[in-house]
Design a protein around this ligand. Structure first.
Ligand SMILES: NC(=O)c1ccc[n+]([C@@H]2O[C@H](COP(=O)([O-])OP(=O)(O)OC[C@H]3O[C@@H](n4cnc5c(N)ncnc54)[C@H](OP(=O)(O)O)[C@@H]3O)[C@@H](O)[C@H]2O)c1
Length: 297
């Protein structure tokens, strides 16, 4: 299978070779620092069409995105240029070449007002510009193509040495010897190990059941509960973690209260192979993040 990947230099992209290494891979990204990655700006319609027509992939895994939620809020034109128009460019190139499109989206398409995890059958209603622009991307894909997968992921974990997200930060602080930490306990999400996400996408491709899916490591923990799990895996019972309200860390973009999702369609179709979030987190910490951090020291 010939697979073209956009946004391949990002967090999820860092696991593409692990999961899809047996395929004929064409990795693309804005980032031009890696010789294995073809430079491609998805907001350049002509360049996207030319690249996809040149490669003629069977599948395009579209990971490129404006993912800085606060920057999206401050610069909505940037968010829409990448997440909506950029996705349209990728969808049009797939339409022209007959490639199957996999678009990775987010739980930020929801309002966050529900008390339990969202399913694919809940109506979207984004609470920030990032979510609006990703939803616009979903709508373009669904209206333009017959053969596509839209896969909504949760709070992404992964990246190893380059992990600057919550799990990476908390882990580094604990490993550096910090003994008093604060973590927000009034926002809930479903962690999604980027490697599990790509493995899930690989299996989904084999099913031929096109459409919209939630693909998270099931559960709806708060950041506080995730921090407690990190402490447990790292075997540092002496580290005190204080649960705090999110007002303590004001941010430019609103963060929705409930971002967690249920893999309802995978469950109903009988192929929910995603392991619980705590098992995925432990695997990531033990086999990926901690070795990478130790090696970098
Ligand atoms: N991270 C999460 O928590 C999360 C959760 C759910 C869904 N998602 C979705 O999953 C996908 C992958 O996320 P990720 O965590 O791997 O994000 P990431 O680490 O930010 O990677 C995205 C990549 O896309 C690149 N990019 C940005 N603008 C581009 C453009 N115009 N043309 C081509 N490439 C461009 C980025 O380059 P620069 O770094 O140079 O900007 C980056 O290398 C995204 O679509 C995101 O919306 C992410």
């Amino acid at each position: 299978m010939r697979v073209l990947v956009t946004g391949a230099a990002g967090m999820v992209g860092s696991y593409v070779e692990t999961v899809f290494g047996a395929e004929e891979l064409y990795l693309t990204d804005l980032d031009q620092s890696d010789d294995n990655v073809i430079p491609l700006d998805i907001s350049d319609a002509a360049a996207v069409m030319q690249t996809v027509q040149g490669v003629e992939p069977g599948v395009v895994i579209h990971l490129a995105g404006a993912t800085d939620v606060d920057r999206c809020q401050k610069e909505p034109d940037w968010a829409y240029a990448v997440n909506a128009t950029g996705t349209q460019n990728v969808a049009e190139a797939c339409e022209a070449t007959g490639a199957l499109l996999v678009y990775v989206s987010t739980g930020n398409v929801f309002s966050g007002e529900k008390d339990e995890p969202y399913t694919e059958f809940d109506a979207p209603g984004p609470g920030n510009v990032y979510g609006e622009s990703k939803l616009a991307g979903e709508q373009i894909v669904a209206s333009r193509l017959n053969r596509y997968y839209i896969v909504r992921a949760g709070w992404m974990i992964g990246g190893g040495e380059k992990d600057k997200k919550f799990v990476g930060k908390i882990t580094r602080m604990i490993l550096e010897g910090k003994t008093q930490l604060k973590a927000v306990d009034d926002k809930f999400g479903s962690p999604t190990y980027a490697c599990d996400l790509l493995r899930g996408i690989s299996r989904l491709l084999d099913t031929g059941h096109y459409g919209l899916y939630h693909m998270v490591n099931p559960g709806a923990p708060s950041r506080y509960q995730i921090a407690q799990s990190v402490r447990e895996v790292l075997k540092r019972p002496g580290v005190e973690i204080e649960p705090v309200p999110s007002e303590l860390f004001p941010m430019p973009a609103p963060r929705i209260r409930m971002e967690a999702m249920r893999n309802c369609k995978l469950e109903l179709l009988g192929f929910d192979w995603m392991r619980p979030w705590s098992a995925a987190l432990e695997d990531y910490l033990v086999h990926d993040l901690v070795p990478a951090v130790s090696e970098a020291e």
